[in-house]
Write a protein that binds this ligand. Structure first.
Ligand SMILES: C[S@@+](CC[C@H](N)C(=O)[O-])C[C@H]1O[C@@H](n2cnc3c(N)ncnc32)[C@H](O)[C@@H]1O
Length: 239
């Protein structure tokens, strides 16, 4: 992976798709450890907040996109009977399936959130943790999410933010590059592995930009809530 300079690999939709697919297959088995390490253990708390905001009922049909090892899907499975978790990376789906199930066991499948294998209006709730930043085309993805949501359905998304203040942004991206580079080198012998996070943020519209895209996609309401002083964000939108 380090043969291809990161910025060049991410410069086209097809390049980003290829890079992301290889990256997450590489890190899947260490993903849970890395998430705890990079968030200082806070990730679990943020995911619970997403699930609280979703306020799922037992009868709600729920889809967790970019489900990874299935944290959010498993939390939602404690509340709703019909929970699906979808991810591009086969190994992530394998790991998600091995986690202990809650009351209702989510159904996990491999798929691309830019072309969802579901009929229109199939879900009451769509969630995603660190998903939107990874897709090659965010507008196409939001249109797909809008399509599969039923009337009055809601989207909840947790992700890194791209701070609007240039100084804060510079320090934040540098911090992520240094810590990510060190972790990538230590765990995979490749500093680019976790430098992907700041690299992906460079082309990301940030919390306010995502709200605008959600409105453009047709969502009736769209709001973002700052997490960790605005370094991260949760989006909540309703169809
Ligand atoms: C940072 S992980 C997040 C995992 C999990 N949601 C969490 O919060 O811990 C990002 C996940 O997005 C998945 N992914 C990337 N592009 C995707 C796409 N186009 N469609 C579906 N999943 C995708 C990756 O395979 C990876 O598992």
């Amino acid at each position: 992976m380090s043969d291809v300079p990161l910025a060049r690999a991410l410069s086209s939709p097809e390049g980003k798709r290829r890079y992301v697919r290889t990256l997450f297959a590489t890190i899947a088995d260490r993903y849970d450890f890395i998430t705890v390490a990079l968030s200082g253990g806070l990730d679990r708390r943020w995911k619970r907040r997403v699930v609280r905001l979703a306020n799922a009922r037992a009868t709600d049909r729920v889809l967790d996109l970019a489900t990874g090892t299935g944290d959010i899907a498993h939390l939602l499975g404690r509340r709703s009977a019909a929970v699906f978790g979808l991810d591009l990376t086969f190994r992530m789906i394998e790991l998600a399936r091995t986690k202990r199930a809650g009351r209702g066991s989510p159904f996990f499948l491999v798929g691309d959130m830019m072309t969802l294998p579901f009929e229109s209006a199939s879900f009451d709730i769509v969630t995603t943790g660190y998903g939107l930043r990874n897709v090659p085309d965010l507008s196409v993805t939001l249109a797909e999410i809008y399509r599969v949501l039923d009337a009055d359905g809601q989207l909840l998304s947790l992700d890194f933010n791209r701070p609007s203040n240039a100084l804060v942004r510079g320090v934040y991206l540098s911090y992520l590059a240094v810590v990510g580079g060190a972790l990538g080198w230590l765990l995979h012998g490749d500093p680019d592995t976790y430098r992907y996070i700041p690299a992906s943020l460079r082309g990301y519209p940030g919390a306010a930009g995502v709200v605008r895209l959600l409105e453009t996609a047709g969502f009736r309401t769209a709001a973002s809530y700052p997490v960790l002083g605005g370094l991260m964000a949760i989006h909540h939108a309703r169809k």
